[in-house]
Design a binder for this molecule. Sequence first.
Ligand SMILES: NC(=O)c1ccc[n+]([C@@H]2O[C@H](COP(=O)([O-])OP(=O)(O)OC[C@H]3O[C@@H](n4cnc5c(N)ncnc54)[C@H](OP(=O)(O)O)[C@@H]3O)[C@@H](O)[C@H]2O)c1
Length: 287
Amino acid sequence: MGQKTVLITGATGGIGFETAADLAGRGYSVLLHGRNAEKAEAAADRIRERHAGSEIRTVIADLSQLADIRRMADEVLDTTPRLDVLVNNAGIWNSHQELTEEGVEKTFAVNHLAYFLLSHLLLDPLRAAPQGRIICVASDSHKQIKGMFFDNLNLDGNYHGLRSYAQSKLANVLFCYEYERRRPSEDYPAIYAVQPGLVQTDIGLKGNTWLHRLAWRVRRQMSGHKTPAEGASTSIYLATEPAVQEHSGLYWDNSKPKDSYSSSYDKDEARILWETSLEMVGIKQFF
Ligand SMILES: NC(=O)c1ccc[n+]([C@@H]2O[C@H](COP(=O)([O-])OP(=O)(O)OC[C@H]3O[C@@H](n4cnc5c(N)ncnc54)[C@H](OP(=O)(O)O)[C@@H]3O)[C@@H](O)[C@H]2O)c1
């Protein structure tokens, strides 16, 4: 079968880094994604120190910019005819509403649109793998809202970090379920949404208000939180376990499928999100 290749987005730290390090240790060829080249190379070096001889290449893109996602995908298509696993992991939590160059609220852009577009752009190399897989790191935070704010996805005048994050994570689960409904055949990659748990990472400490940073710091000290390595375990399980190929389109926690919250099963919401996402990223057909 040869060496397997995995691309992990947001692998410069936190859950993504531990996912990349573990898979490198298991002999996967790792495409380690970051938005900052220096930071990505430093992360790759840390993995090489942990696992001598591991095969790692960095790929760089700001996932809030559609053009940059496309440029990175072209680079992957040029160099990687077969991609076994795509781990859509990069994510943000923003205190303040920020807009991308396309005028899209940044949390929605990075946490959902990038997952959607990259999965589409990399379908060919994923289909070339015997058991191609797309893993979307979502969150139980999707339970914090009752549905998508389709009339105002940017949350203009209604912005809160918790709300925008919850909306983006609900989008991850809706995307996973709708992908499975539309998947033309089993020749297309399987897909999984993952709840990593409450994990001690820096996600809430970047560029947020001091009050939110304090809240995230306190949260990190609370008992019951996982280390980043523990938080990576379900993504690693789904990347490596042969038996899960036939369980595509489910929500996973602690390496087991579980029910997500009721709003994520709304088929109309999933269809509207799919059509809206196609339009927002500028593609006509996903498959
Ligand atoms: N931590 C938790 O408790 C928890 C719970 C549930 C779900 N999750 C999910 O787990 C995933 C990983 O989060 P984490 O907790 O490990 O956070 P993290 O340590 O902050 O890692 C996030 C990664 O995403 C990258 N990233 C952020 N914005 C980006 C952009 N515009 N373009 C490209 N890359 C970007 C970051 O790059 P930089 O290093 O440059 O910032 C970093 O590599 C996220 O999807 C998050 O929603 C986390």
